[in-house]
Design a protein around this ligand. Structure first.
Ligand code: HEC
Ligand code: HEC
Ligand code: HEC
Ligand code: HEC
Ligand code: HEC
Ligand code: HEC
Length: 681
């Protein structure tokens, strides 16, 4: 065997040597095609000989990288496929009375009225081109029609780049892109349907989802900056930890943790997109977000949902579907909504908190509070509004049953910090043109950009209304303020914050950043502030140990501050605790490396040098503060009390290098109270 092997290797060596020589010669004489062909043949024969000589059975030395028959291919096909999937295939389905545009096989032989959809090599005679082509550059003398036949939606017309791709693809022979069988194909965008594909048939779910934080999770500039900061501080050892929940599809596509958003695929920027929740039928418990999403084309792969009787599948030209009861449990959400880092720090605990909550005992799930018509209030399935789960083009609506529908807005305190040209929606042509230069735009682009911004603003207004709604359902304040006081004598106002939510603590989830605090201001009869707590410093930070001004001694520390924010606490080299803004410090020693704990982190639930000081208000609990001050002069004093919520502190944005976003932070008033104190001499 051995002898054979080395013999073969030798022969191979020879063959390769000769091949190399011949190729060198080739370069010199390549002008003549005939010489080229003859030489190629020779190389072929030599290569074949080198395989055959040692005996046929063992001719396995050269692995195939190219399988005959699968080629030729065209790398424009994936783009053409995605354009047609996202813009056409919901209407142009199998078994409908339109041409089926859902797969290569269906398209390549399709014809209607004796007219071929695609004539390889000839775009002008192809119905596909004839239907989508239009005067995209809006030149007055162009031959192309003013508007395309398809797609019907004005904002979806093919862009200049997309038209070019379709044209080139047909001209080059309309070939499919296929990878050789011997190569284990990587997952691509073709394997995960985009939310754009669901839009046509599930407009309600799409609309709600598109303005949700699930759709924003990866696009968030704060998330991106935060992740990159931690990647830098951990020398990259944090890997894809941060992106695994924020873009599960991006992870499946092999994007690394530090890929900038501009380099991510548009599918990856959809964040927690439809298929991350609906292409799963396995139970993973608390997996800190490593959730598998089943790959496959829309029509080939099952979609899991709450119903066991959906009229989906080949007969209606829609995706197959099945019931997955686990989807209605809190644990399903808990797979992402409990974040534990590799070294055991429990960064987020929404699910764990819920497990120990009164809501869990009462059978209220995340879905009952977060997917009902009133955000944050538990609603039974049967009290959800009735409607159709799908509206399928070309299908009679009464073929579908009426359902109790969920709300996919998933409102929380977070909101988009992006311009209204980027979120919730962005148009395809905006990826090809610098749309900030208005004078550069065609009339079509101007029209659709204005329409888009109007639409986005309407959508964001709804998102805002839902955001205020969920926050208002979190807590109330009770104030005990004396009606009268004596000048020069200490007096006290008592404020109690009562959680009216049984589901989890307030705040929950991203708790080291969320701020829920009591702001109280007492003014004398002239309007001068005589006492304040929960007021903000120059940077709009609270006067606590994260305030630059407090730390530098410029202003006093707010001793009475009642803030339910959790704080990261790190053990310093002096053996004392100190709160920190980010979960990874900047020190060089010890080197910040994120690895599973090498000690028994299970005994402590965290590494020995790091913890989270929980300040959050447990479900249905009440916690308060007594504010004492001395009114010096007689008169009418006013007391203003507010329960405030802010989703991110300004100092955090300084720490992650995004101070330009600070002006977008909004303080939401959850509850307020005002009254007077008559101060007598
Ligand atoms: C909202 C549903 C809808 C969408 C989206 C849509 N079409 Fe159509 N399409 C139709 C209807 C309805 C017809 C038949 C009536 C007509 O010709 O106007 C049609 C007809 C066609 C035809 C003529 C052959 C036939 O099936 O009748 C072609 C070709 C076509 N569409 C291509 C496209 C392409 C390409 C896209 C995407 C870029 C697209 N369509 C998007 C609804 C749609
Ligand atoms: C196990 C899933 C998971 C992992 C891993 C994860 N997150 Fe999150 N992240 C979430 C969830 C869920 C929320 C929403 C929590 C809330 O709003 O209270 C969130 C919210 C956030 C937000 C606030 C939203 C925003 O855009 O402003 C930021 C920032 C963020 N995460 C950054 C990170 C960073 C940095 C990492 C890596 C250290 C990380 N996340 C890892 C699930 C995860
Ligand atoms: C964070 C996970 C998540 C995401 C993302 C998500 N869904 Fe859902 N969806 C659910 C859950 C959970 C249910 C069932 C809840 C129940 O019945 O209590 C559901 C229900 C549905 C239903 C059944 C009808 C209804 O509205 O209740 C449809 C259809 C649906 N989703 C489509 C979509 C589409 C389309 C998208 C993307 C645009 C999407 N979903 C995104 C979790 C998700
Ligand atoms: C061509 C139309 C069409 C498209 C496109 C489509 N769906 Fe559906 N979908 C349907 C129909 C019809 C139903 C059945 C509705 C019912 O049972 O009331 C359905 C049901 C569902 C359900 C509930 C399934 C169950 O059994 O509980 C989910 C979840 C769902 N779709 C998700 C998606 C997602 C995600 C996408 C995009 C990736 C998508 N759909 C694209 C037509 C479509
Ligand atoms: C009884 C109703 C109820 C239940 C059950 C419930 N929530 Fe909430 N949730 C709320 C309310 C009200 C708020 C707004 C207050 C707040 O932000 O903490 C909220 C806020 C949130 C936030 C944003 C928190 C923040 O401050 O950033 C997340 C994330 C969240 N819930 C996830 C979940 C998950 C996951 C579950 C299930 C494990 C769940 N919720 C169960 C009512 C509920
Ligand atoms: C694949 C991971 C994943 C799953 C599964 C998931 N979420 Fe989320 N969720 C996230 C991430 C990441 C965010 C943070 C996005 C942001 O704020 O930028 C988030 C945000 C939220 C928010 C908004 C929080 C805020 O601060 O505004 C709510 C509410 C929420 N999720 C509820 C749910 C519920 C209920 C379920 C189960 C039906 C669920 N999520 C399932 C990853 C997930």
């Amino acid at each position: 065997m051995r002898a054979h092997g080395s013999q073969r290797a030798q022969l191979h060596g020879w063959a390769n040597f000769i091949k190399g020589r011949i190729l060198e010669m080739l370069q010199r004489v390549a002008q003549s095609r005939r010489v080229f062909a003859a030489l190629t043949l020779l190389v072929g024969i030599l290569a074949a000989l080198s395989l055959i000589l040692p005996g046929q059975q063992e001719a396995v030395a050269v692995p195939h990288t190219i399988t005959p028959g699968q080629y030729p291919y065209d790398c424009d096909w994936p783009d053409v496929y995605l354009i047609l999937q996202n813009k056409c295939a919901a209407c142009h389905r199998p078994n409908s009375d339109r041409i089926d545009l859902s797969s290569y096989e269906a398209m390549i032989d399709a014809e209607k009225f004796g007219h071929k959809l695609i004539v390889p090599g000839n775009p002008q005679d192809s119905m596909l081109w004839e239907y989508v082509n239009w005067n995209v550059h809006q030149k007055p003398d162009a031959l192309a029609p003013r508007k395309p036949e398809m797609p019907p939606e004005h904002t979806e017309w093919l862009t200049a780049g997309q038209l070019e791709t379709v044209h080139r693809w047909i001209k080059n022979g309309a070939l499919e892109f296929t990878l050789p069988i011997s190569c284990k194909p990587p997952l691509t965008e073709m394997d995960f349907p985009s939310a754009q594909q669901c839009k046509e048939c599930h407009p309600k779910q799409y609309d709600e989802w598109s303005r949700s934080m699930h759709a924003y999770g990866q696009q968030s500039p704060v998330f991106e900056a935060f992740t990159l900061t931690l990647i830098e501080r951990t020398g990259g050892t944090i890997g894809t930890f941060c992106t695994r929940c924020h873009t599960p599809v991006g992870i499946a596509l092999g994007e690394t943790g530090n890929t900038r958003n501009v380099h991510r695929s548009r599918l990856s920027l959809e964040g927690v997109t439809c298929v991350t929740c609906h292409r799963r039928n396995t139970v993973h418990y608390k997996s800190s977000g490593r959730v598998p999403v089943t790959p496959g084309a829309l029509l080939d792969t099952c979609m899991f949902g709450p119903f066991d009787d959906s009229p989906t599948g080949p007969a209606t030209g829609t995706h197959p579907s099945a019931e997955f009861p686990y989807m209605k449990t809190s644990q399903f959400c808990g797979e992402c909504h409990d974040v534990t880092s590799a070294d055991g720090v429990r960064l987020e605990e929404a699910f764990s908190e819920w497990q120990n909550s009164p809501a869990a005992k009462m059978g209220q799930t995340c879905q009952s509070c977060h997917m009902g018509p009133v955000q944050g209030k538990p609603v039974a399935d049967c009290d959800r509004p009735l409607g159709y789960a799908a509206i399928v083009p070309g299908m009679k609506q009464d073929k579908l049953p009426l359902r109790n529908l969920t709300d996919h807005t998933f409102a929380g305190p977070d909101y988009s910090l992006l311009p209204d040209t980027e979120f919730p929606e962005k148009l395809d042509w905006m990826y090809e043109v610098d749309y900030r230069d208005w004078d550069n735009l065609t009339p079509y682009q101007k029209q659709t950009l204005t329409a888009l911004r109007k639409k986005n603003r309407r959508s964001l207004q709804i998102a805002d209304a839902k955001r205020y709604e969920v926050l208002k359902n979190a807590a109330v304040i009770h104030v005990d303020s004396p009606g009268f006081a004596q000048a020069g004598r200490k007096t006290a106002v008592r404020v109690d914050v009562e959680s009216i939510m049984a589901g989890h603590s307030l705040p929950t989830g991203f708790t080291a950043e969320r701020q829920v605090w009591v702001a109280i201001t007492v003014r004398d009869s002239k309007g001068c502030v005589v006492y304040a707590s929960g007021d903000l410093d120059k940077n709009a930070d609270l006067r606590d140990d994260h305030s630059f001004q407090v730390l530098s001694g410029e202003i006093p520390y707010d001793r009475d501050l009642l803030n339910f924010q959790n704080k990261f606490v790190a053990l310093s080299n002096k053996g004392t605790d100190r709160t920190v803004v980010l979960s990874v410090n900047r020190n060089i020693l010890p080197i910040n490396v994120l690895r599973p704990n090498n000690g028994l982190s299970a005994s402590f639930g965290r590494p020995g040098t790091f913890r989270i000081a929980k300040g959050s208000l447990p479900p249905l609990a009440t916690r308060g503060q007594t504010y004492r001050f001395t009114p010096e002069q007689p008169g009418t004093y006013t007391v203003d009390v507010r329960l405030n919520f802010r989703h991110l502190p300004p100092t955090l944005l300084d720490h992650i290098g995004t101070p330009h976003l600070k002006h977008l932070l909004e303080v939401v008033i959850i509850d307020s109270w005002s009254g007077v104190i008559e101060v007598t001499p």
